[in-house]
Design a protein around this ligand. Structure first.
Ligand code: TXE
Length: 455
């Protein structure tokens, strides 16, 4: 498999793809390894994960360079991701033993009723390229700590990083027959679906997620899907600082080039502050440094996937045809690499694709609204349900709106944010199941109920 640098178009590495026979052999060895791994205490498993975190920290410069080379993520954002993802490890260290401990529910002396939490077995983790550390850790670290073995298939756009995970997990003491990284594209993903894993965790597009769900349905094993979104942000007329709201909203829309599952994908603004917001938002986007992702001051690098240029072009054309105005950008940047101008469209409506279809790139549509009721109806007018955000100086007003949202996560005066403390889940076409928090680790175990009679 040829790995291309999205900033230059150059081939930077070639990897041998895993084939069906290799997947089968690795799965067999993971089955054996998992039994022994499950017998090790949670504390010892955590110690390996901690060492892994330490190794990643020590080698973060090299790892950030690899991530930037294969995904085009600006180098500072690669560093942020690698260091930021460590909070999953800290969180597991502080809580995993407690969450995985046996629970005694009844103890009358003569009768005990107790639950123990047993690992599922061998997990297939089919993953994404946009935040390989965050979305990878959310799955494979939690699965490993809970006593499972993992076959990790990174996205074909983040395969070098996947191989680094494997290297450092093994160096940290995770046995080779407990974690394996297999390399390949969707065809290899399909192979994993055809083999018998004890659970499937997927991060990627809705269409692939739906295909996975239908393909493996007959296996009756746990499935989790972390899919895309069309996440709305609403700015009410009572925000104290319109300019600051615009800066924060722009960052939520354009960080990682808009290629975040919870990126702000559409913005609604009260008509009373609309012009002021649009001016501040546009000025902020115009100030972004675009270009070589290896430079520390670059904020907008290339998009990871070339084919997304056509999707964005289609959304711009469709929006302009339907009455939108272009305030910035609007086209690909000529030359090498998958660069696209950060694009701001205003006077948008739900007749436009940019307000309805996932963009997953550096483009945003802004729409004027007359009331909270109108904003709520528009925010809810979507097939997705990942996050929703309200910027307002009034907490009660914001909470009233957020309670109406059919999304797994809601934000007040912030956006595009993930924390290991609280569950991460999507509703509707944004997914199935939960990662992070106590629920994210409990997803990797199955309860066994004990009824014990002392007589
Ligand atoms: O996804 P794909 P891509 C979403 C977002 C984005 C879209 C495209 O909507 O526009 O995904 O990203 C593997 N059987 N998110 O192209 O194609 C594939 O090899 C089994 C949301 O990466 O779904 C890769 O490892 N596996 C997001 C993974 O599935 C298959 C993060 C994802 O690929 C397969 C990133 C098959 N038939 C993208 N076909 C988030 N929620 O964070 C492909 N794959």
């Amino acid at each position: 498999m040829k790995i291309k640098n999205p900033a230059t178009g150059e081939i930077i590495a070639e990897l041998d793809e895993d084939r069906t026979e290799e997947v089968r052999a690795k799965l067999q060895s993971l089955r054996q390894g998992q039994r022994a791994w499950a017998q090790i205490s949670v504390r010892k498993r955590l110690a390996c994960i901690e060492r892994f975190g330490e190794l990643v920290r020590q080698n973060s410069d090299e790892l950030a360079a690899i991530l930037t080379a294969e995904t085009g993520k600006p180098i500072q954002q690669s560093h942020n991701e690698i260091i930021g993802a460590q909070n999953r490890i800290d969180h597991l260290k502080a809580n995993a033993e407690k969450w995985l401990a046996d629970e005694t529910l009844v103890d009358t002396g003569a009768t005990h009723e107790r639950i123990s939490y047993e690992p599922l077995g061998v997990i297939a983790n089919i993953s994404a390229w946009n935040f390989p550390y965050n979305v990878g850790y959310n799955v494979f670290l939690y699965a490993l700590v809970a006593g499972n073995a993992v076959m990790y298939k990174p996205s074909e756009y983040a395969a070098l990083t996947g191989k680094q995970f494997e290297k450092y997990l093994h160096l940290a003491g995770i046995p080779e027959n407990v974690f394996q990284c297999v390399v390949g594209d969707g065809k290899l993903g399909q192979t994993l679906l055809e083999e018998n894993f004890d659970g499937y965790w997927f991060t990627g597009s809705y269409l692939t997620g739906r295909h996975i769900a239908t393909t493996i349905a007959h296996k009756l094993v746990p499935l989790q899907l972390e899919l895309g979104g069309k996440d709305p942000l609403y700015v009410t007329d009572d925000v104290t600082d319109v300019k600051q709201a615009a800066i924060n909203a722009a960052e939520g829309a354009f960080y990682n080039n808009g290629q975040s599952c919870c990126a702000v994908e559409r913005i609604y603004v009260s008509e009373k502050i609309y012009d002021e917001f649009v001016a501040a938002f546009t000025a902020e986007v115009k100030s972004y440094t675009i270009g070589n992702p290896l430079k520390t001051d670059t904020f907008i690098g290339p998009m990871t996937r070339k084919q997304q240029v056509n999707v964005l072009d289609g959304q711009v054309k469709d929006a302009l045809k339907n009455g939108a105005l272009l305030k910035n950008g609007g086209k690909a940047i000529e030359g090498k690499g998958n660069f696209y101008e950060p694009t701001v469209l205003i006077n948008c409506s739900h007749a436009m694709k940019v307000m309805r279809d996932e963009s997953f790139g550096p483009i945003i549509g802004i729409q004027k609204v007359a009331s909270d009721q109108e904003a709520i109806a528009l925010m809810q007018d979507t097939e997705y349900g990942l996050t929703a955000s309200v910027f307002s100086s009034n907490e009660e007003r914001a909470l009233q709106i957020l309670r109406e949202m059919d999304t797994g996560t809601v934000y007040w005066n912030c956006c595009d944010r993930v924390s290991p403390n609280v569950p991460w889940s999507g509703r509707k076409n944004s997914g199935l199941g939960t990662t992070l928090s106590s629920q994210g680790i409990r997803a990797f175990v199955q309860p066994k109920s004990y009824h014990l009679r002392f007589s």
